[in-house]
Design a protein around this ligand. Structure first.
Ligand code: NAP
Length: 277
């Protein structure tokens, strides 16, 4: 779609966890559409402001705001700054998220708490703060970056990541129902196998198996998720709310059969489906 088709010029857009990976690609896509983008991340202000030196963020209308989305006090302070600077927020993309690897036997209480706090509570904190501004302006779009693991459960991630994403899907529908009367759309995007730092830890063997299991026979790119987020945030998606859009190369459409084929091809003794995040 072209810039005019998407119409984000001068809209105020907050993307959480946007220092790298999918969040960065989403922030870049909005910046290219001439939105006024706020880049949030947990890194230092110095790290974040360094992003403003390079395209497409060196456009004079991108800002950075450091905050831990899991900390409601820090989120409230960030939204006070948004309100005093812009007086409004048109789009919130809840992208910040973490994953921990492991199993039922190895997961620690700390790992569980960290994943739930950042992924789920972080999404709640920012959505609640954004809703206050959006209800007042009678418009807004909230996009939650979920995961395929919200549907499949944790397979290679430690128990916590999948439940956090399943809860984000339910939270998406809760906010969509309760904010619809205020002209606010709330939707999710559920990616699978996107090439970022989060997926960089895969072995070559695992990477090949993951690609083989995807009908489109390739990994997704952060820009694929960005395109879905931009669509859902656009006026073109005005009649869509409470939806979770899969961005997974077709992986889920025939999930049990594909998983079995891949396990057989990879000569695995068990029929445990191969999955990532
Ligand atoms: P990533 O490369 O690890 O980037 C995540 C970003 O979030 C990092 O910049 C990180 O900052 C930031 N962050 C972490 N904790 C934060 C906090 N408390 N407050 C604010 N920012 C925080 O991950 P990604 O692969 O781009 O994933 C982005 C989203 O997509 C996540 O929600 C993830 O669950 C979801 N997802 C990814 C995939 C995939 O295949 N990659 C698949 C499905 C879903 P630091 O650099 O300081 O840690």
């Amino acid at each position: 779609m072209t810039g005019s088709a998407m119409s984000f010029k001068d809209r105020v857009v907050l993307v959480t966890g946007a220092f790298r990976g999918i969040g960065r690609a989403i922030a870049a896509a909005f910046a290219e559409e001439q939105a006024r983008v706020i880049i949030n991340d947990i890194g230092t202000e110095d790290e974040l402001s360094g992003m403003l030196l390079k395209p497409p963020f060196n456009n004079g209308q991108t800002r950075t705001m450091q905050a831990d989305v899991g900390d409601s006090g820090a989120v409230d302070r960030m939204f006070e700054e948004i309100e005093s600077t812009y007086g409004r927020l048109d789009v919130l993309v809840n992208n910040a998220g973490i994953i921990r690897r492991g199993s039922v036997e190895t997961v620690t209480e700390q790992e569980w708490d960290d994943v739930i706090r950042i992924n789920l509570k972080g999404t709640f904190n920012c959505s609640k703060a954004a809703a206050r501004l959006m209800i007042r302006q009678k418009s807004g779009k909230i996009i939650n970056i979920s995961s395929i693991a919200g549907k499949t459960g944790d397979i290679t991630s430690a128990p916590g990541y999948g439940p956090s994403k399943a809860a984000i899907d339910a939270l998406t529908k809760t906010f969509a129902r309760q904010l619809a009367a205020h002209g606010i759309n709330v939707n999710g995007v559920a990616p699978h196998a996107i090439e970022t730092d989060m997926s960089a830890e895969w072995s070559e063997e695992k990477r090949k198996a993951i690609i083989e299991a995807i009908p489109l026979k390739k990994l997704g790119q952060p820009e694929d998720v960005a395109a879905a987020a931009l669509f859902l945030a656009s006026d073109k998606a005005g009649f869509i709310t409470g939806e979770i859009l899969d961005v997974n190369g077709g992986f889920l459409m025939d999930y049990p059969r594909i998983s079995m084929v891949i396990c057989i091809q990879a000569n695995m003794s068990s029929l445990t489906p191969i999955n990532t995040v």
